[in-house]
Design a protein around this ligand. Structure first.
Ligand SMILES: Nc1ccn([C@@H]2O[C@H](COP(=O)(O)OP(=O)(O)OP(=O)(O)O)[C@@H](O)[C@H]2O)c(=O)n1
Ligand SMILES: O=P(O)(O)OC[C@@H](O)[C@@H](O)[C@@H](O)CO
Length: 413
């Protein structure tokens, strides 16, 4: 097993761990699980995740295994890892990849600065890959450096649109019932064909559901099930909840999942995933303040206002701007309060150019400038701000749409 880069998980500390998130996000994420612990009258469980990513993606019909297929130049699996990393109380993420794809996976972890990731070798089937991931967490394994979690999430690496709420639901239910899984209504009716490919019977669709991911289990429930699992089940099975029932006699609690939990399987799914990602990009903005002080004041005022319209608002004074660009934020509000007119904006434009983020999808930058009309003659200030047109012409060549906003205010007394 290959542990992730430094900054991966240390020895298990029960309860949520704040990693990879900052400020309000981390606090909100951590509190969601610890709040659960308080409500349930127990300590929040130590949680790890296993992501099977060892498939060949035959149904996708392309040479590259679908988990590594790019969406906006970024491998599909990186979006799934990012979704799980947003959840600060998942302390370890074990990814099962084939030996031949191990270096590719390490490169993705390095390029996108994924944290808390450990790699294990995949098996020849999905169940065997999952079992290998669980072994990495079981303390009865030689050289095991990861601590056994109380609850383990199992989630297909090709289901990128997983949110914290459904993860919390399945973990909460697993702690109470032993196992839990997300389900969705069936779209098509299930029928059973006869040997001569005629209709034998059809199932009453309303009585059935599609089993999706994420699923969660008390670790011992699912690990014991896999240890008892027949070769046939390991070879041909597709349902972890079934293994928990058959071998550990645990009836999983089923929770309704959101429509976005679907698995990327066919090429059409990649196109659908790309349009969802673009839609989500339009819901993300980063406010770049020119000083730490302004981040605390002006930045957070802006954040509160923007949050009424957008799903993800980050405020920074620049220290984590590189990571934010890596996470593919495409919309920036650059606020120049104290610095000279374009210093902060120019720095951002340079970083965006170096990142090549805008190669496939336009990046929007709004450069905000304040004008104290008592201390600076309007004409002089306007002349400087109009320089932004020159910046914008250059930026446009790199698919960066730059515009300026001048806020004209009286000097505060
Ligand atoms: N030996 C395998 C087979 C599949 N998976 C993973 O299990 C998840 C769901 O499986 P599936 O959609 O079937 O992926 P593939 O097997 O790659 O697809 P296909 O059946 O079209 O080849 C994917 O993340 C896949 O990478 C795995 O870890 N190990
Ligand atoms: O069968 P596949 O390997 O394509 O995908 C696995 C899916 O069946 C599985 O993710 C859900 O049905 C939940 O168990």
């Amino acid at each position: 097993m290959e542990l992730g880069p430094p900054g991966g998980s240390g020895p298990a500390e029960p309860g949520p761990r704040l990693r990879g998130l900052r400020g309000a996000d981390a606090a909100a994420s951590a509190s969601s699980l610890s709040r659960f612990g308080a409500e349930a009258g127990c300590r929040a469980p130590a949680v790890a995740a296993v992501l099977p990513a060892g498939g060949s993606g035959e149904r996708m019909g392309v040479p590259t295994p679908k988990q590594f297929c790019p969406i906006l130049e970024r491998p599909l699996i990186s979006y799934t890892l990012q979704a799980l990393e947003r959840v600060s109380w998942i302390k370890d993420i074990i990814v099962a990849v084939t030996r031949e794809n191990m270096e590719t996976m390490k490169g993705i972890i390095q390029r996108y600065q994924h944290k808390r990731i450990s790699l294990v070798e995949a098996g020849v089937t999905r169940h065997r890959s999952i079992f290998n991931g669980l072994k990495a967490l079981a303390e009865d394994q030689p050289n095991c450096r990861l601590s056994k979690p109380e609850v383990v999430i199992i989630h297909d690496a090709v289901r990128p649109f997983v949110e914290e709420d459904v993860l919390l639901k399945v973990v909460t239910a697993a702690q109470e019932h032993g196992a839990s899984g997300a389900i969705r209504p069936l779209v098509s009716t299930v029928i059973s064909p006869s040997a001569d490919s005629c209709l034998d019977h059809s199932l009453e669709r309303a009585r059935y559901r599609a089993s999706e991911m994420p699923q969660a289990f008390l670790f011992d429930v699912i690990y014991d099930a896999y240890q008892q699992c027949s070769d046939y089940d390991l070879e041909f099975g597709t349902e972890c909840l079934h293994l928990a029932l058959k071998y550990s006699h645990i009836k999983a609690k089923l929770v309704e999942g959101s429509p976005d939990l679907w698995k990327v399987t066919y090429k059409r799914d990649l196109y659908a995933a790309e349009s969802i990602i673009k839609e989500r990009i339009s819901q993300k903005v980063c406010v770049v303040m020119d000083t730490k002080e302004d981040e605390e004041h002006v930045g957070h005022c802006l954040e509160e206002m923007l949050k009424t319209e957008l799903n993800h608002v980050k405020v920074t004074s620049g220290q984590d701007l590189q990571q934010i660009i890596l996470e593919q934020c495409y919309n920036f509000v650059c606020v120049n309060v104290m610095t000279s007119d374009f210093e902060e904006t120019q720095r951002l434009l340079n970083m965006l150019e170096e990142s090549n983020l805008s190669i496939l999808y336009p990046v929007v930058v709004i450069s905000v400038h304040f004008l104290d009309y008592e201390s600076v003659p309007l004409g002089q200030k306007m002349e400087k701000v109009m320089q932004i047109r020159e910046f914008a012409k250059e930026a446009k060549k790199r698919n960066i749409l730059l515009s300026g906003l001048l806020i004209y205010f009286p000097q505060l007394l």
